[in-house]
Design a protein around this ligand. Structure first.
Ligand SMILES: [Fe+2]
Length: 199
């Protein structure tokens, strides 16, 4: 007899090739350096600058981003042991986030009917564990079992992230971006997408 584990939580972490990283820089550096492309969209809960729903966000070619990330998305899908030979991937928005010193994003999630996965690409890291994902199953916290046992209930994870890293995780996970404590700017590209069996 022993204690057994079921229903673990998961996320994907991968790394873009140097070649694809350079392609992204060549494509998006000019857009990123122009602050007119950015605004403080989530002003209640975040003070970072974002191109999310800015007037120019759709003026850039996001297919370059999708093509560069394709091999990592394929790796993720294969590791998830798909039940169908043909998984469809529908993007529901791509946008860029800039975090000057002191900028952050409060806890939020991306769950909608059109988004079951979130992808975050670290375009320029400031060398910190900037991203925290929360365990979505919080019911056990109410029971007080942690006072008696090692319940293996990991509440958060803050993966070590460097430039070129990619995270993919279910859209209902709560997550937050910690304040940037460095003088250099932290830059990420976020994307919502929906996967399902091809019709
Ligand atoms: Fe987010």
């Amino acid at each position: 007899m022993t204690v057994k584990i079921f229903n673990p939580h998961w996320f994907y972490q991968g790394q873009l090739s140097d070649k694809d990283r350079n392609i992204l820089s060549d494509t998006y550096d000019d857009f990123i350096s122009d602050n007119d492309n950015f605004h403080n969209y989530w002003e209640e809960s975040c003070n970072n600058l974002t191109s999310f729903r800015s007037s120019t966000n759709n003026s850039i070619d996001w297919n370059v981003f999708k093509n560069c990330l394709y091999s990592n998305i394929t790796e993720f899908i294969n590791e998830m042991k798909p039940r169908t030979s043909d998984v469809s991937i529908k993007f529901d928005g791509v946008w860029i986030n800039k975090y000057k010193k002191g900028a952050y994003q409060e806890v939020h999630d991306h769950a909608t009917l059109r988004c079951n996965l979130v992808m975050v690409y670290i375009y320029k890291s400031t060398g910190d564990e900037c991203f925290t994902i929360y365990n979505p199953d919080r019911e056990i916290d109410k029971l007080g079992l942690d006072y008696c046992f090692d319940t293996m209930n990991q509440r958060t994870i803050s993966p070590s992230l460097k430039t070129g890293d990619i995270l993919i995780f279910p859209s209902h996970y709560h997550h937050m971006v910690k304040p940037n404590l460095k003088d250099e700017e932290r830059i990420t590209i976020s994307s919502n997408f929906f996967v399902g069996p091809s019709e």
